[in-house]
Design a protein around this ligand. Structure first.
Ligand SMILES: Cc1cc2nc3c(=O)[nH]c(=O)nc-3n(C[C@H](O)[C@H](O)[C@H](O)COP(=O)(O)OP(=O)(O)OC[C@H]3O[C@@H](n4cnc5c(N)ncnc54)[C@H](O)[C@@H]3O)c2cc1C
Length: 254
């Protein structure tokens, strides 16, 4: 059971950061969908909901997304999905159900850096930066590989460009987590292919090739997977080939 000894709705990020440093068990609380499943005591639960972090602001170059924006807001944001070839929508639409996605936040989803995360795999095929209160701006790939613990995500920035990209995943049954997820970012002749739920956290591979089959075969030869209750190592490797071909075909239609 989760026990929160003191609840603090902060008035500034500085106040939140100070509280976070005071005790290593103090935690930012966002949608609480993951936190509520944990068996632990949190001395101070820090609520950022008064800090105006629940908006998606579009400018000429980017979408600036507050950490408290919900997964549902991203899923149904027409302009964001238009610019990103529906990558965010495709990564989010199968996560549990609408009620869940109305509460779960992008900040909580990104900060947790889960191996199975569809959201991280999708963000890695976008030009995307994570903004940390103390650590400043960081490329999404560097953030995924970092072990930042005592900082606050304030925003996520997705930059606009005209590159082609696609997200795709395989679930053994509806609402389960992905057995494998994969995103492709076509940057000129290079394909940046991210594979997540390997089951380890998402890893990006840079691949070139003359046709879709060659690229998918190269990915299958390089991808590092292992087995768990959802899929064996061999099944994941086979999935990486199949999902990659599907994604490349989708990109061909863009
Ligand atoms: C049953 C279930 C099924 C799921 N299925 C999927 C799935 O299929 N695909 C997928 O991608 N994800 C899935 N998830 C993960 C889910 O998206 C995240 O657990 C959830 O969105 C976390 O967001 P939250 O707002 O509820 O965070 P919380 O539970 O409130 O917080 C999670 C962690 O992030 C920290 N945190 C929150 N906000 C910030 C911030 N701004 N800065 C720093 N730290 C912060 C908290 O302190 C805590 O440690 C699933 C989760 C559950 C519980």
């Amino acid at each position: 059971m989760l026990r929160i000894q003191q609840y603090q709705k902060v008035k500034s990020l500085a106040e939140a950061y100070e509280l976070l440093q005071k005790n290593k068990n103090n935690q930012i609380i966002a949608g609480m969908l993951w936190l509520k499943m944990e068996d632990r005591t949190i001395p101070v639960g820090i609520d950022l909901s008064d800090l105006d972090l629940d908006k998606i602001i579009e400018d000429e170059k980017s979408f600036v997304i507050g950490a408290n924006v919900t997964l549902r807001q991203l899923e149904v944001h027409q302009k964001l999905n238009l610019w990103t070839h529906d990558v965010m929508k495709d990564a989010i639409k199968d996560i549990v159900g609408v009620q869940f996605r109305n509460l779960a936040t992008i900040g909580g989803s990104v900060f947790s850096r889960f191996g199975f995360s569809d959201i991280l795999c999708a963000l890695m095929c976008l030009k995307c930066e994570i903004v940390l209160y103390h650590g400043g701006k960081m490329d999404i790939v560097d953030f995924v590989n970092s072990d930042f613990q005592r900082d606050i995500i304030t925003h996520i920035i997705i930059y606009k460009d005209h590159d082609k990209r696609c997200f795709i995943c395989h679930r053994n049954s509806a609402t389960d987590i992905s057995a494998l997820n994969l995103s492709v970012w076509q940057r000129g002749d290079e394909y940046l292919i991210t594979v997540g739920a390997r089951p380890q956290k998402a890893k990006q591979y840079s691949i070139t090739g003359n046709n879709n089959e060659e690229i998918a075969n190269k990915l299958k030869a390089q991808v590092e997977c292992s087995g768990n209750m959802r899929a064996s190592k061999e099944y994941r490797e086979a999935l990486s080939y199949g999902l990659c071909l599907k994604a490349l075909n989708k990109i061909g239609e863009q």
